[in-house]
Design a protein around this ligand. Structure first.
Ligand SMILES: Cc1ncc(COP(=O)(O)O)c(C=O)c1O
Length: 445
């Protein structure tokens, strides 16, 4: 017997069909007019499915993390072949969650004999001076001490030899970004982490889909973060994720995301453990409702299901998004290759396949970066700097407790002389050619 389709289901199908039609009318592709069309360095790329999913989640009106969140987490866990994947509300939240997890005293009871101990206040974490502020912020917020190492012009990543030299008696962890989607030397860093017994966290916010020796970055460290802000390889507006590679960190990471509670029920569920009123934990009376037992000092970092719904649609397009970025990156590289007397072009480790976030160039001594930026912006080509530059020169970070290993001269060069332009999938080959032409006209070539 065929089951009857209910009135709401019929209405929903009609609404979603209307959304598809709306998309065709309201979001048409716009022609590219050189000099007039703004070439944004990145931004949302989507089709009707993202709108359909967003409306579907709205009609469902579950609002908080729900079935789309579950579906997205399952999909991303499989994508990375990870032990877990936690969706959160930003890449910054993902970074905070990772550091807070390593600082949780709870993990000592969950880790094995050969695991590293949790981080405690005053432990040192090595991180690059050229960084995104919310890669560094959680280290400070968790009362750890950042140890800064210089970055390399060209790769914009850390030099593993400097990381090795920076390790002191209190160093317990490395927190390293794959800057602008360009993998750092994972082989050397993994060797150091193992030999010196350090936790490794990867900031993979800019690097979804990048590989090192054929393996996805984000799968090497104990955990790795992702950002789904619109500038990134895929988006849900605001959003982020934690790839949990170390299985024994999964419970704690989830707990800290979800208010710090001990209970692991999904939103709306109540007795997943089967003994909701049968636990004896802390100094609580026996049977205290497990939903209100807090084994960690946590946050609420969950996304809404509307965000996840958009993410589910976007995640089907990851491969094509990355391919488009790589194509634009190659085209720009080839087109700017004859300007190397003026510009340092990006350098990639031969073992790596980046998932480019942007195309960085460093102007050589004697060339005024601001003039180049003005020239590009006047031609409607959007430019960006490498985030905070040498972050220690940022007003909010001047007085932080820190250790600086070696000098940060290259980081200062990056702060003064580097900029990047976009390679996002919305940038079509004609735009790339126009960008190449505009770089050339600046140097009268
Ligand atoms: C390397 C890096 N880490 C963290 C973040 C923070 O991500 P979000 O903007 O989603 O908080 C960004 C944002 O661009 C980033 O580039």
């Amino acid at each position: 017997m065929p089951t009857a389709i209910s009135e709401p289901q019929v209405l929903k199908a009609e609404i979603l069909e209307l959304v598809r039609r709306y998309y065709q009318q309201a979001h048409p592709a716009k022609p590219f007019i050189p000099g007039k069309t703004r070439i944004q360095y990145s931004g949302r790329v989507y089709d009707a499915q993202e709108l359909v999913n967003a409306v579907d989640a709205s009609l469902d009106f579950w609002l908080t993390a729900g079935s789309y969140t579950e579906a997205f987490e399952r999909k991303m866990q499989a994508f990375f072949g990870a032990n877990g994947f936690l969706l959160v509300n930003s890449g910054s939240a993902a970074n905070l969650l990772m550091v807070a997890t390593l600082c949780s005293p709870e993990i000592s009871s969950l880790l094995g004999a050969d695991d590293l101990p949790p981080l405690k206040p005053s432990d040192e974490v090595i991180t690059p001076a050229v960084t995104f502020p919310t890669t560094l912020a959680p280290i400070i917020q968790q009362r750890l001490v950042p140890v800064f190492v210089d970055c390399v012009v060209g790769t914009y990543n850390v030099d593993p030899a400097l990381v090795d030299q920076a390790i002191g008696p209190n160093t317990r962890a490395l927190f390293l970004p794959h800057t602008l989607g360009n993998p750092f030397d994972v082989a050397a860093i993994m060797e150091i982490a193992k030999r010196r017994r350090l936790w490794l966290l990867e900031d993979g916010c800019d690097a979804l889909g990048a590989t090192f020796e054929g393996r996805l970055v984000g799968t090497f460290g104990a955990m790795s973060s992702l950002s789904f802000y619109p500038a990134h390889q895929m988006t849900m507006g605001e959003g982020g994720g934690v790839v949990v590679n170390h299985a024994r960190l999964k419970k704690t990471a989830r707990s800290i995301r979800d208010w710090g509670r001990d209970c692991w029920c999904d939103p709306g569920k109540s007795n997943t453990c089967g003994k909701r009123f049968g636990w004896q934990l802390g100094d609580l009376p026996f049977g205290y409702d497990h939903k209100y037992v807090y084994s960690n000092i946590g946050y609420n970092l969950k996304p809404t299901d509307l965000q996840a719904a958009i993410g589910v649609a976007q995640s089907d397009k990851i491969a094509s998004f990355i391919e488009a970025r790589r194509g634009n990156f190659r085209r720009l590289y080839d087109g700017l290759a004859d300007l190397q007397e003026y510009l340092v072009l990006p350098q990639v480790d031969p073992r790596a396949n980046p998932s480019p976030f942007g195309f960085p160039v460093t102007v050589r001594e004697g060339i005024e970066r601001t003039n180049l930026i003005r020239h590009l912006e006047a031609a409607n080509i959007e430019t960006r700097l490498v985030f905070g530059g040498n972050i220690l020169r940022q007003p909010g970070f001047l007085n932080i407790e820190r250790r600086v290993a070696g000098d940060l001269s290259q980081s200062d060069v990056i702060m003064r002389q580097t900029l990047f332009v976009g390679v996002a999938p919305a940038i079509i080959p004609e735009m790339v050619d126009y960008m190449i032409e505009t770089f050339h006209s600046f140097f009268n070539r």
